[in-house]
Design a protein around this ligand. Structure first.
Ligand SMILES: Cc1ncc(COP(=O)(O)O)c(C=O)c1O
Length: 407
């Protein structure tokens, strides 16, 4: 048995995601740590973003029917035809995007595989991949897996908006990919058409491909409108659009995702994806094909999430946090700066470790969504992400508990 950690790219992945301590010890992810903490202490887990109510019965029944109908062996590597067709129909109906289901759509094991396969396919050592910061952690992991260089561009401190000048300065001749995420996890920012036009102009000028993670595409609130960057002039030919059924239909464990874009880019991604999982989710794919025809379920989810967002934001504000009210997703970033001194905690990470005992609630520090040690990580050190994709009674209980911090 080796006594020291084995060499290999896993070290880069661990380092990029903040899991490698200075002593070389590998930590579990913050999500696993906080979920375990919630289980141990009985605290309400507002750390990990998964719904506590399953998606609609008709979709679950469709998966059971598919199992009974014998759809249990390897489905086609691209995804079953009815799902690829349903994805193309969905993109046309919602966004006017004309997508060929046979050559321009690839079904994947969740958005996670679509993202990893896309980055692995298009970037490698010596290439640069730009992301927003904070970012969803699997974006950084994918870049590290590819051996590419991660160039994060901070969202503005005021309101977490795109800093187009910073993006322009970050893009170089070595930039292969600009990774977007809108609606954005963890901040809840929904990039506006004007912001996306600035990204598009930079991508076109630098000849970069845009990889856009749109898993929260249907979860927007109020006036916020989700605009896929692929709909902007000249962008469909240089954009890979990733989404997934997990958030839209509250079926996060099914891991049915997809990527679509121009045939040459999808061919590149398919070439990698077929050696990652080849294929998955045989009975779930036809069920999601049926789900994608239903626009009412995501609409109702967004409406109920907007009310739950308000409940949690008001509760966090009453407890002494400053919140940036999210326009989408199911997360809110709350700044605990005013609480830290009084509670005797150092930063958001420390606050998260102490929250179960102080208030019976769990969140995750926003620093976990930043490059370890980056200026953005330091600037957001007092911020905590909470999810509101929990039943209203659970959120009311959480808000009541959080109020203990106010005294
Ligand atoms: C921004 C973002 N992208 C991708 C994913 C993962 O999606 P999937 O479960 O479909 O792999 C998540 C899940 O939390 C996410 O927040």
């Amino acid at each position: 048995m080796p006594t020291s950690p084995p060499p290999g790219r896993w070290n880069d992945v661990a380092r990029a995601t903040g899991l490698l301590g200075p002593d070389g010890a590998v930590a579990q992810t913050i999500f696993a740590e906080m979920t375990a903490l919630a289980a141990r202490t009985g605290a309400i887990n507002l750390g990990q973003g998964f719904p506590d109510v399953d998606g609609p019965e008709f979709i679950r029944t469709a998966a059971k029917d598919a199992i009974d109908a014998g759809r249990n062996q390897y489905p086609p590597g691209d995804g079953v035809p009815e799902l690829r067709r349903a994805i193309a129909d969905h993109q046309l109906r919602h966004y006017g995007l004309d997508v060929d289901p046979d050559t321009e759509v690839l079904v994947t094991t969740g958005a996670t595989e679509a993202l990893a396969a896309s980055i692995l396919a298009l970037a490698g050592p010596g290439d640069e991949v730009v992301t927003l910061e904070p970012f969803y952690d699997s974006h950084a992991a994918g870049i590290a897996l590819a051996g590419a260089t991660h160039v994060p561009v901070p969202l503005t401190a005021e309101g977490f908006r795109l800093d187009a000048a910073a993006l322009r300065a970050a893009v170089t001749p070595r930039t292969r990919l600009i990774v977007l995420n809108t609606p954005h996890n963890p901040t809840g920012t929904v990039l506006t058409r004007a912001e996306l036009e600035q990204v598009a102009a930079i991508a076109r000028e630098s000849d970069a491909v845009v990889l856009t993670d749109e898993v929260y595409e249907h979860l927007t609130f109020g006036d916020a409108v989700h605009v896929p960057i692929a709909t902007l002039p000249g962008m469909a030919e240089r954009t890979l659009t990733v989404s997934s059924s997990g958030k839209t239909f509250s079926l996060t464990g099914w891991k049915v995702g997809w990527v679509h874009g121009p045939a040459e880019l999808v061919t590149a991604v398919r070439t990698v994806k077929q050696f990652l999982t080849y294929t998955s989710g045989a009975p779930f794919q036809p069920a999601i094909a049926r789900a994608l025809g239903d626009d009412e379920t995501p609409r109702a989810l967004a409406t109920s999430l907007a009310a739950r967002r308000d409940l949690l934001c008001e509760g966090l504000t009453a407890a002494g946090f400053d919140v940036v009210v999210p326009q989408g997703t199911y997360f809110v970033v709350a700044d605990g700066a005013h609480l830290l001194g009084r509670l005797g905690v150092a930063d958001g990470h420390d606050l998260c470790r102490r929250l179960p005992e102080l208030a019976g609630v769990v969140g995750v520090p926003v620093s976990a969504f930043c490059r370890p040690g980056s200026p953005t990580s330091a600037a957001l050190a007092s911020r905590v992400r909470f999810t509101f994709v929990k039943r209203e009674d659970v959120l009311r209980d959480a808000v009541g508990r959080l109020h203990r911090l106010a005294s």
